[in-house]
Design a protein around this ligand. Structure first.
Ligand code: ARG
Length: 506
């Protein structure tokens, strides 16, 4: 039965059978497309990721959701799902009251035009005023009300602030090679008109309970430490709404307008209870049908080399803009060592791609739920399970084609034949790409893709070191070039699943 596929089948101890795939079978498979046909019953999957609170500059605390979510959306899209990216930014509420009140005091227009890099400063200054001056604090609270009751001046300041903030955010996404654009933004503010409807619907589902003038919902199974039922507060006694309320409105929109079959959220683990209660309330109130899958996925923390939270020396959050700059400066040294002869522009571009690759891969290659230590030297190393190792292997495959004067697209995959053990091992790795995509998607964990790409690269390197490509006899040369082309292609698509670029030279 396995005649077509296997060259050897052995019983290897109780319960184990070793099947050695035949070289002919491997060569036949190599000739086929690397990715099987996409899912035809394309489900629509909404992915909520990054979603920063934009009163501040993006910092390290925003990194994991942004790059993990992005990588999962890339793989879902590759597998043929309809992906709807949603950046649920925090662009509403108290923090904005402080900023509006602060900008009202200054000459706001001037202040904002030059403040692209200073959002953090603005926010810190506004917070300081808030803590120190009760008169200002009162003004800030009034500003929130003005904002929410559509006062024109407050809204104009808010819009201006937001556009500065979004420009900063977009700049970071582009530097990080993250796919989110302004079209994917649907922040908290966009649901402000739906909040009263949420309350009405909870009311008509007879789920609303009043306590001290506030409105809340109880769902079975959620208890406080003392065993008493834990309520989810949806409207404060002063009429203000909460984070939960907005998320309920958001779920309504995602289920009814976006017609999501699945909604995935990527945030840190502090929000576990929030999402558990949210999903329970949304289902009980009938906001989402039982057929819609709701999933909240968390991740571990980023630690420094001592295993403490990764912060600046003074204990502040490390800004993503600074982190990226430092990565580029460090990667530039690596690039200079390897490819000092390239033009400065090219070296700068490669250093950027290497830095972003290193930062992302160090994160994505770890099991998502685990903490990891952020260490520049390890993540930028050219050997080991790192992005530069994979990117360098890609550049090496390209160099073979450049040296041989062969265009990759001219290589016929049908000329691949497999005979040397290193070819056999490489071919097996090449054929497991789909499995890596499927497993990463199933568990929503990109480290399966990383482990796969690393394994592929290790076997490519062995092949490269033992099998001469360009000086082999013509038929063998063509076959090996076909294996090389397939390797380059797989590395390119695989690294793209992680949002990591593949420079053709390094
Ligand atoms: N803005 C939130 C935060 O920074 C994350 C939002 C996650 N998405 C959501 N729909 N609640 O913590």
């Amino acid at each position: 039965m396995l005649d077509d596929v296997a060259q050897d089948v052995q019983v290897a101890g109780p319960g184990f059978v070793n099947i050695t795939l035949s070289n002919e079978f491997l060569a036949r498979c190599i000739a086929e497309e690397p990715i099987s046909s996409p899912h035809t019953d394309a489900q629509r999957i909404v992915v909520d990721y990054s979603s920063p609170n934009v009163a501040k500059e993006l910092h390290v605390g925003h990194l994991r959701s942004t790059i993990i979510g992005d990588s999962i959306t890339r793989m879902l899209a590759l597998a043929g799902y309809q992906v709807v990216r949603q950046n649920h930014i925090g662009d509403w509420g108290t923090n904005f009251g402080k900023l509006i009140a602060y900008l009202d005091e200054q000459d706001s227009s001037e202040q904002l035009d030059n403040s692209l890099a200073d959002i953090e400063q603005l926010y810190i200054a506004a917070n300081r005023r808030f803590d120190e001056d009760s008169h200002f604090a009162e003004k800030a609270r009034e500003a929130v009300v003005r904002l929410q009751t559509k006062d024109e001046q407050a809204n104009a300041t808010w819009r201006k602030f937001l556009s500065v903030s979004l420009a900063h955010m977009q700049e970071i996404y582009e530097k990080l090679n993250v796919l989110l654009t302004e079209d994917d933004i649907r922040g908290e503010s966009s649901y402000s008109d739906d909040l009263s409807l949420v309350i009405e619907r909870l009311e008509s589902a007879e789920m609303l309970v009043e306590s001290d003038g506030a409105k809340c919902v109880f769902v079975e199974g959620f208890k406080r430490k003392d065993g008493s039922p834990l309520p989810m507060l949806v409207q404060k006694s002063d009429g203000g709404y909460l984070y939960h309320t907005t998320d309920l409105a958001t779920l309504l929109y995602r289920a009814q307008e976006l017609k999501a079959n699945q909604v995935l959220y990527f945030t840190d683990s502090r929000q576990i209870l929030h999402f558990e209660m949210l999903f329970a309330v949304a289902r009980k109130a009938g906001f989402v049908g039982p057929e819609v899958k709701l999933e909240h996925h968390v991740f571990g923390s980023i630690l420094n080399s001592k295993g403490e939270p990764f912060k600046t020396r003074s204990g502040a959050n490390i800004l993503l803009a600074d982190l990226i700059d430092e990565g580029i400066a460090r990667a530039a040294t690596v690039v200079q060592e390897k490819s000092g002869h390239l033009s400065d522009d090219l070296k700068r571009e490669i250093a950027h791609q290497v830095a972003i690759g290193a930062i992302k891969y160090a994160d994505l290659s770890k099991n998502r739920t685990h903490d990891y230590k952020f260490d520049w030297d390890t993540m930028l190393a050219l050997d080991g399970n790192t992005a530069p190792y994979l990117q360098y292997a890609f550049a090496r495959v390209n160099a073979i084609f450049t040296k041989g004067g062969v265009k990759q697209e001219d290589v016929d995959p049908r000329s691949a034949s497999v005979s040397h053990p290193a070819e056999h091992d490489l071919a097996i790795r090449l054929l497991r790409f789909q499995e890596a995509v499927d497993q990463s998607i199933e568990e929503r964990k990109a480290h399966h893709m990383c482990s796969y790409l690393y394994d592929l690269t290790v076997h490519f390197t062995r092949f490269y070191e033992t099998c001469n490509v360009l000086n082999a006899a013509p038929a063998v040369r063509d076959s090996r070039l076909a294996l090389c082309a397939r390797t380059a292609n797989t590395l390119r698509i695989g690294l793209d699943c992680l949002g990591i670029a593949t420079p053709s030279r390094m």
